[in-house]
Structures are given as structure tokens and as C-alpha cells.
Design a protein around this ligand. Structure first.
Ligand code: NAI
Ligand code: UGA
Length: 480
């Protein structure tokens, strides 16, 4: 029986391995992690991450050919294929701080693999890593190998949170990079055999190591660039009276452009887009390509601009101050159908409003109060660390309350900011909400989810990203 071990039971390791176990009943899959509470949660009825469809897959296989364990070394030693799916955040200190990927967790995993291995192994980079990481990993493994043969493959993951299970069931492509040597090609074939259980072979792309590593960074950079492009257009739409949804629809009809990923927003979030672009920027700089680096840096800058622009719209619309005013925040997760808040634009927007002394009442259907308080009070360098490595605990932000109901959040509020596109925000009883709010009542829709005309008829003053401006806002400067 082929044995797979995956180091890192996070948003990628957990769902990816659960799907491999489900699709390959004859393979034993063990997911290991040094963070014990996460393993306990994977073995419980309350999985550590919210992802539609995940629970069903885990329940089908757990205890049969899918296991979650904190016994990292034992399962690595026994495995034929070791996936490494540990976190690779942006470095916060030292060389490349603020841009380069922090490979501390990766390196320690690689050293441990070398230490405990007693048989040949295929080591698979699942984490997103800088180009040429495989070379460094190879050096660590071979220098400590005691004659054991390690083959390194790059097999980046393209799933998106909120749709992880459907992305894994039906991927656009699976990418496997390996050495061009016969041993490298044999390793590629072995991993290809795993995916071929359910992925059509023409969708399994095999490349050299560096193409696979770079393709992952390039894919995320292209996706994020589309969002920054449409967000840049949204500012121009507001200035000219064009409607960004109509512009997106019109350009998306061009088959060369395509309709997906053209929704203007308060900014992109998530653990990867910013980190991976900064990583790409750093690699370009290190390779003497400052023009290329600056090109990609601009994608992140526009994203920051979009969040600041949104906060400025809120404050300038509300008589240039939100001090002491209750503002309801609808949604805190970085996108719908996930409880993940890493790099969510909500953090920047809430901090901007708190900086102007607003009182925030936050409602998100999936994000618990402790997580919101932690995100708003902790420094980013602490947040990037796994929970067990954090040096400080969060101190509650007094101006913030978290509620479990959108109606509760809006009682007595002056304004509403919609920061995540949860479906339920489309169908709320906005008349009831309006009746319970201070007047004038404002809605700032950072995700274009509400029916602007309907809300204006009720009496709301509405700002919706990239849409023709309310008469109220027309004379206000875009940047206060
Ligand atoms: N979150 C996402 O949607 C996607 C993430 N990725 C990439 O996948 C990688 C993992 O991301 P996530 O799963 O989101 O991270 P995560 O932070 O949810 O999970 C990583 C896990 O690795 C564990 N870990 C760290 N060092 C370890 C060690 N030495 N031994 C055992 N466990 C260890 C941590 O405790 C943590 O539970 C990152 O490189 C990310 O860029 C790629 C595609 C999608
Ligand atoms: O490497 C990763 O981590 C993953 O990053 C993204 O996935 P994810 O961040 O989970 O979610 P997306 O659906 O890409 O959304 C990212 C952010 O962009 C925003 N977005 C997305 C699409 C859009 O049109 N407009 C927009 O503002 C979302 O609201 C969200 O904040 C990629 O889509 C995945 O392919 C990739 O594997």
C-alpha cells in the first residue's frame, strides 16, 4: 500500500489530502501537524476550517484511509510520498523583510524529513515557494541523507478557499514539476498516478521544477492583477459616471479577456495574493529586474489605495467625521464561504475607521469574536505566526463589538459597510434596518451586493464601489 504523509494540516493540507484519500481508497493518507489543537479539531466533529463539502469528504474517509496525527516523525518515516504544505508567510525581519517568503517552517520540515527517513522518498512541495526553493531543499535533504534517495517535486496548489472541494474534485489543471533525470521522471509518474485516479490525464501538466514553482506565483499575480485593474477602473467609473459592473460585463464578453475575476471590490484579501506578489517582486529585484518588480508592486499598491479610498468615502460622506458614530460592519472574512480572515480587507478598513474613532458593530456569519478582536489588535508580524508561536495575546479593542445578527449590528447605527459578499446580505430586510438606524442612514457597499436603486428608494444614501455616485456624494472629494 502506498503511504502518503502531508506535513501541515491547514487550509491546503487538510482538504487536499482528504480528497486524495477519498479518490484513492487504496492509498493511506496521514496529515500531521505540530499544532496539536488543529489535529484534535480534525479528529473531532468541529473541523478547524469551514469549507463547503469538506465535512462530508472527511467523514467518508477518516479512520479508514485518512488519519490526522501529531506524531509527525513517525508518519514521515513511514511514508513513500511526503507532501510539505506548511505556511510560507512574508518575512517580517532580516534580509528581504516585507517581501521575501519566510522559509523557516519549510526548512525545519525538510531537516526533520532528512533526520527521520530510513527509506527512499518523494518529497512534494505543496506550499507556495520562491523559484529555486527545490534546489535548496534538495541540498538540505541530500547533505543529511545517509544514502537515502530523495526526489523533489513541485506540485503547487491552485484551490481557492470557499470552493476548495469543488476545485480539488475538478481542477483546471494539476501541475507537477520535477528533475529531467530518469529518477525525476519516475517520481513525476508516481505522483501523476495518484492524481490520475480522478483527474483526466490531459489536465495533468508536467514541467521542469522551476516552471512549476514560477507558474504558481505567476498565476496568483495574474489573478490579483485583474482585480487591481478592475478596482483601478472603479475609481475612474466613480469620477466619470460609468458603472464598473457594466464595464466588466462589456470587456468580459471579449473571449480573449473572459468574464471571471472582474468584480470590483474593496480590495483583494486572503493569505496568498499579496504575499506571493511581494515574493515575486523580491525575486525580480534579486535577479536585477527592477522594472519587472515595479510593475508587479503596483498591483499591491492599487489594492492598498482601494481600501484607503473606501475609508475616505465613508468618513467624507458622514460629514468628515465618524468619531463616536456606530458603524455596522457586514462581513469580516476575506471572501464569502470561508471563516478565514488572513489579509482580509476588513482589517484595513476597520482599522481606518477606528483611527477616526468610530464605534464598530461587526457581524460575520463564520468569523468568531475572538478572531476579529485578535485581527484588529495584534501586529501583523504576530498574526503571520502559527497560533502556538505567538508571543502576545490580543487585547480587546473597546470600540469594537461583535454580534451574531445583521439586524443587531445596525440598531442605532449611522452607517453600514459591506466588506464581504455573503449571500445573506442581498436578502436582508433593508426597510426594517433603515427604520432602526440614525438618519441620514448610509450604506457603503464594498462588494456591490445590494440593489442600489431599491435602497435609495427606502431612503438610504448609498455608495457602491465603481457605481454612479449618489447625489449626496457627488460634491465630496474621492480622497478626503
Ligand atoms: N490557503 C490557500 O487557499 C492556499 C495556500 N497555498 C499555499 O499553501 C501553503 C500552506 O497554506 P495554508 O494551508 O493556508 O497554511 P496554514 O497556516 O493554514 O497551515 C500550515 C500548517 O503547517 C503547520 N506547520 C508549520 N511548520 C510545521 C512543521 N515543521 N511540521 C508540521 N507542521 C507544521 C502549521 O502549524 C499549520 O497548521 C502556503 O505556502 C500557501 O501559500 C496554496 C494554495 C491555496
Ligand atoms: O494561492 C492561493 O492561496 C490561492 O489564492 C486564490 O484563492 P483565494 O485567495 O482563496 O480566493 P479568491 O477567490 O482568489 O479571492 C481572493 C480575493 O480576491 C477577491 N476578489 C476575487 C475576485 C474578484 O473578481 N474580485 C475580488 O475582489 C476576493 O473577494 C478575495 O478577497 C486563487 O484564486 C487560488 O487559485 C490560489 O490557489
Amino acid at each position: 500500500m502506498v503511504k502518503i504523509c502531508c506535513i501541515g494540516a491547514g487550509y491546503v493540507g487538510g482538504p487536499t489530502m482528504a480528497v486524495i484519500a477519498m479518490k484513492c481508497p487504496e492509498i493511506e493518507v496521514v496529515v500531521v501537524d505540530i499544532f496539536e489543537p488543529r489535529i484534535l479539531a480534525w479528529n473531532s466533529d468541529h473541523l478547524p476550517i469551514y469549507e463547503p463539502g469538506l465535512e462530508d469528504v472527511v467523514k467518508q474517509c477518516r479512520g479508514k484511509n485518512l488519519f490526522f496525527s501529531k506524531d509527525v516523525e513517525k508518519h514521515v518515516a513511514e511514508a513513500d510520498i511526503v507532501f510539505v504544505s506548511v505556511n510560507t508567510p512574508t518575512k517580517t525581519q532580516g534580509l528581504g523583510a516585507g517581501k521575501a517568503a519566510d522559509l523557516t517552517y519549510w526548512e525545519s520540515a525538510a531537516r526533520m524529513i532528512a533526520d527521520v527517513s530510513k527509506s527512499d522518498k518523494i518529497v512534494v512541495e505543496k506550499s507556495t515557494v520562491p523559484v529555486k526553493t527545490a534546489e535548496a531543499i534538495e541540498k538540505i535533504l541530500t547533505h543529511n541523507s545517509r544514502g537515502i534517495n530523495f526526489q523533489i517535486l513541485s506540485n503547487p496548489e491552485f484551490l481557492a478557499e470557499g470552493t476548495a472541494i469543488q476545485d480539488l474534485f475538478n481542477p483546471d489543471r494539476v501541475l507537477i514539476g520535477g528533475r529531467e533525470s530518469p529518477e525525476g521522471q519516475k517520481a513525476i509518474e508516481a505522483l501523476k498516478d495518484v492524481y490520475a485516479h480522478w483527474v483526466p490525464v490531459e489536465r495533468i501538466l508536467c514541467t521542469n521544477l522551476w516552471s512549476a514553482e514560477l507558474s504558481k506565483l505567476a498565476a496568483n499575480a495574474f489573478l490579483a492583477q485583474r482585480i487591481s485593474s478592475v478596482n483601478a477602473m472603479s475609481a475612474l467609473c466613480e469620477a466619470t459616471g460609468a458603472d464598473v459592473s457594466q464595464v466588466s460585463h462589456a470587456i468580459g464578453k471579449d473571449t480573449r479577456i473572459g468574464p471571471k475575476f472582474l468584480n470590483a471590490s474593496v480590495g483583494f484579501g486572503g493569505s496568498c495574493f499579496q504575499k506571493d506578489i511581494l515574493n515575486l517582486v523580491y525575486i525580480c529585484e534579486c535577479n536585477g529586474l527592477p522594472e519587472v518588480a515595479n510593475y508587479w508592486k503596483q498591483v499591491v499598491k492599487v489594492n492598498e489605495y482601494q481600501k484607503t479610498r473606501f475609508v475616505n468615502r465613508v468618513v467624507s460622506s458622514m460629514f468628515n467625521t465618524v468619531s463616536g458614530k456606530k458603524i455596522a460592519i457586514f462581513g469580516f472574512a476575506f471572501k464569502k464561504d470561508t471563516g478565514d480572515t488572513r489579509e482580509t480587507p476588513a482589517i484595513g478598513v476597520c482599522q481606518g475607521l477606528l483611527g477616526d474613532k468610530a464605534m464598530l458593530s461587526i457581524y460575520d456569519p463564520q468569523v468568531p469574536q475572538e478572531q476579529i478582536q485578535r485581527d484588529l489588535s495584534m501586529h501583523k508580524s504576530e498574526l503571520d505566526k502559527p497560533p502556538h508561536l505567538r508571543a502576545v495575546s490580543p487585547i480587546a479593542v473597546e470600540q469594537v463589538s461583535c454580534v451574531w445578527d445583521a439586524y443587531e449590528a445596525t440598531k442605532g447605527a449611522h452607517g453600514i459597510c459591506i466588506l464581504t459578499e455573503w449571500d445573506e446580505f442581498k436578502t436582508l430586510d433593508y426597510q426594517k434596518i433603515y427604520d432602526d438606524m440614525q438618519k441620514p442612514a448610509f450604506v457603503f457597499d464594498g462588494r456591490n451586493v445590494v440593489d442600489v436603486d431599491q435602497l435609495r428608494q427606502i431612503g438610504f444614501i448609498v455608495y457602491s464601489i465603481g457605481k454612479p455616485l449618489d447625489a449626496w456624494l457627488k460634491d465630496m472629494p474621492a480622497v478626503a
